[in-house]
Design a protein around this ligand. Sequence first.
Ligand code: HMG
Ligand code: NDP
Length: 429
Amino acid sequence: MKSSRIPGFYKKTIEERKELIHSMYPFTEEELATLSAEAPLAQDIADNMIENVVGTFQLPLGLGLNFLINGKEYIIPMAIEEASVVASASHIAKIVRDAGGFTAESTDRVMIGQIQVVGCPDFQQAKTAVLENKDALIKAANEAFPSIVRRGGGAEDLDVRILNEEADSAFGKMLIVHLYVNTVDAMGANLINTMAESIAPLVEKITSGKVYLRILSNLADRSLARARCVIPPHLLKTGDFSGEEVRDGVIHAYEFAASDPYRAVTHNKGIMNGVDPVVIATGNDWRAVEAGAHAYAVKDGQYTSMTTWWKDEQGNLVGELELPMSVGTVGGATRVHPLAKMALKLLDVSSAKELAEVIVTVGLAQNLGALKALATDGIQKGHMTLHSRSVAIAAGATGEMIDIIAKELIKINEIRVGKAKELVEKYKR
Ligand SMILES: CC(C)(COP(=O)([O-])OP(=O)([O-])OC[C@H]1O[C@@H](n2cnc3c(N)ncnc32)[C@H](O)[C@@H]1OP(=O)([O-])[O-])[C@@H](O)C(=O)NCCC(=O)NCCSC(=O)C[C@@](C)(O)CC(=O)[O-]
Ligand SMILES: NC(=O)C1=CN([C@@H]2O[C@H](COP(=O)(O)OP(=O)(O)OC[C@H]3O[C@@H](n4cnc5c(N)ncnc54)[C@H](OP(=O)(O)O)[C@@H]3O)[C@@H](O)[C@H]2O)C=CC1
């Protein structure tokens, strides 16, 4: 059985890391070649994915290690441009595995399709009529996409809302039909849009109104994933800071984010530092996940922290994160981009539900990584040390010079491009 606990992985060369991964997974030579390819995404595939292609854009792909989720080992592919994120996720996963690992769960994977109807002669009557025809509409939606029904999913329920009912509303009344669709292992946008478009004429007939929009909602609040960790304080001890101090610092940091949208946005950006790289690496739609996550972070009209941190009766630090997670293990680019296929194999998830649980766990770990650093040494120490190589490259360092300049920047504690440029010039002389 593979273990994601690989101490000092980061100290190995890229080739050594790949060999190690090769020894743990039954990858074919062709799949391994994808990791080493100069351009893993061939231009002809890229040209068929989007429009006006002139090239491909690459990001570093790193592995988040040490993750134990629901008792299972996970090696987590993360595609991201920002230094210290992969290190931080692995760092927290190492601590949490010593506390027994993360637990994660998710709801059924139900996505929402919206149909907008305007100009109904009587909106209440139209609402009643749609509800009376619920079964016929669900049947028609499923007839428009029978394959998803054969896969165990399909349209399951339907609801109706009337917007702008108040006399002083700035906008006109509209009837919104919500079609609830189990998308099984797909994110489901295309199948939901097909269903919504196909039942629109029937909705018009039933409501005597005019349908305009027929599209899924990215507020996927019926497709939620949740992660949790419970950490005894002794595992949080950092330098001169006691575990209790770190725990309390993390809780204060959470309370700041929970009380102030200016802080919540940054706090949540730190969570998405963990979420997005896995969403991207697996070929999923990160705009959809981002939009859903931030909308779900609005509670009682206020934008707030996505995570919750508190102290339990035993004095443990407890953290939870729940997010809408509209991701798939099929569809979109997941089976088109060669690295996305590799990423899904590395993750070894058997369903979109499991993938969603892993992603939300990485978000929780990432949040704790940032809060732990912020509540102790500050973010610059760990982050800027790892960022120093990018600074050296930005200043024009190449080859062996990168390491030398980066180390010098850390030594003199001046990790900035201007200083790095001076050092590069000096080195070249
Ligand atoms: C950077 C660390 C992890 C060092 O932390 P450390 O205590 O020096 O780590 P360590 O040496 O004790 O190592 C522990 C484990 O961390 C991992 N690790 C350790 N170093 C590496 C490395 N070089 N490469 C890969 N993995 C690494 C690795 O798994 C290692 O285990 P080992 O393999 O040794 O058994 C820590 O300082 C940290 O987590 N800092 C926070 C970094 C962070 O949050 N970055 C995000 C960017 S800042 C931002 O955008 C978000 C923010 C901050 O604004 C959000 C907010 O405000 O809330
Ligand atoms: N607002 C938004 O977020 C929007 C997003 N998009 C884009 O839509 C794409 C995602 O849509 P999606 O419908 O998921 O993608 P696809 O249409 O690419 O793939 C989904 C299809 O995969 C097939 N499939 C095979 N195995 C399974 C399985 N186990 N479970 C479910 N389906 C399976 C099904 O078709 P079959 O049964 O016929 O084989 C299903 O319809 C993304 O690229 C996204 O960027 C598009 C519009 C709007």
